[in-house]
Design a protein around this ligand. Sequence first.
Ligand SMILES: [Fe+2]
Ligand SMILES: [Fe+2]
Length: 328
Amino acid sequence: MIESLEGHVAEHLSLLTPVDQIWQPTDYLPDLTAEDWADRLRDFREAARAIPDELLVVLVGNMVTEEALPNYAVSLEHIAKDPTGAGEDPWACWLRGWTAEENRHGDLLNAYLRLTGRVDMRAVEVTIHNLIRNGFAPGHETHPYEGLIYASFQERATRITHGNLGKRAAEQGEPNLAKICRKIAADETRHEVFYTRMVAELFERDPETALMCYRAVLKRIVTMPGSRMTDGRDPDLFQHYGEVVQSTGIYTSRDYASVIRHLNAAWDLGNRSFSGKAAKVQDYLCKQPERYERLADDREGKPMEGPVSSFSWIHNRSLGEARRGPAL
Ligand SMILES: [Fe+2]
Ligand SMILES: [Fe+2]
C-alpha cells in the first residue's frame, strides 16, 4: 500500500522548496564576514538578552529535538525503502528532501544559541549526543501507516511549538528569534501538509487499517521525539523540560487536543462510514479532542506542583518560581 502511494508522493514533491529558493541559516544570523561583524554580533547578542530563562529552556529543548534528526530519518527509512541511499523513487526523494530541509532547523537554532552566549553550549551538546545515542522510540515499528500518522501529528505539534515560541520572543522584544521561529514553523507547515495528505489517501484506499493505526498512535499518547534526551545530570530532564513547555503555554494539552481535532477534520473522520468494531474506534477517536480539552480545563485551574527544576543548559539556574507562578 505504501508503495502504491508513489504516484501520490510524486505529485506532492513540490511541497519541498527548491534549494535556490529556500532560506539557509546564514540568512538569519549576523554576517561574520562583514567588516563590522563585531558590531553586528554585539547587536544580535544584545537583542537575545530579552529572552527569559523559561523561554531559553524551551528553545534549547526544541533545538535538541531538532538536532536528533538522524534518529527520525532512520525511523522513516522503513517507509521510504532505499537500499542504495540515492534512489530516485518518489518516497526516497521525499525522505532525503525532507531531511535536508529539517537539517536547517537544528543548524539555525544551534547557531543562534551559540552566538548569543545565553546557554551552556557544552551541556546542550552533551544532551544532543545522548539523545542521538539513546534513539527515538515512537512505538510504531509494527505498522508503516503509524509512522505517517505520527509524522502528521508531530509536524503540526512542532509547527505550533516553534510558532508560539516565536510569538513569545516577539512579545519579549527579541525580533531575531521571532523571525527564526516563524521561518522554521513555516517549513513544518509544508511538511505537515505532505504527511497529512498521504494519510488522507490511506483513509481513501484502506480506511479500516488507517483507522486502527490512528487509534494505535493516539492510544499510546503521542510521545515527543525528544523524550529520551538526557544531560547525564537530571534523570528527569525531558519531564522537566515538558513542564516548562506546558507552564509557559508554548505547547499545552489544549494544543494536543487541537492537533487531534485538526487531523480528525483533515481525514474527514466524522463522516466516514464504518461498522462493528471500527465504528466504535471511530467514535472513540472523534471524542478525543474534547477529552483533552477537558483535561486542559482541569489543569489550567491548578498551579503546577513539583520539585524546583534547575537546568544544566542555563548553568544550573532554577526555574521553580516561574513554574509555580502564572504563565509568562
Ligand atoms: Fe523541524
Ligand atoms: Fe518537522
